[in-house]
Design a binder for this molecule. Structure first.
Ligand code: SF4
Ligand code: SF4
Length: 60
């Protein structure tokens, strides 16, 4: 079971996570990233590493 937390206070809406995730977990809503397809997450942690604001936590 994977949990993904996006800190909306840190997220600038740069869309890097949307472009980085290989399975399309993220969508933009009102200028912020939302993890909508968490069940598809591979726990590759690319989003965590690429987010320039450190706004993403992938928790197993
Ligand atoms: S990469 Fe980080 S700052 Fe950019 S949209 Fe995703 S969560 Fe927000
Ligand atoms: S850990 Fe990998 S598969 Fe999971 S949301 Fe981040 S980029 Fe996508």
């Amino acid at each position: 079971m994977v949990e993904i937390k996006v800190d909306v206070g840190k997220c600038t809406g740069c869309e890097t996570c949307v472009d980085t995730c290989p399975v399309g977990v993220y969508e933009m809503k009102d200028g912020k990233s939302v993890a909508v397809n968490v069940e598809d997450c591979l726990v590759c942690r690319a989003c965590e590493m690429q987010c320039p604001e450190g706004a993403i936590q992938v928790i197993e």
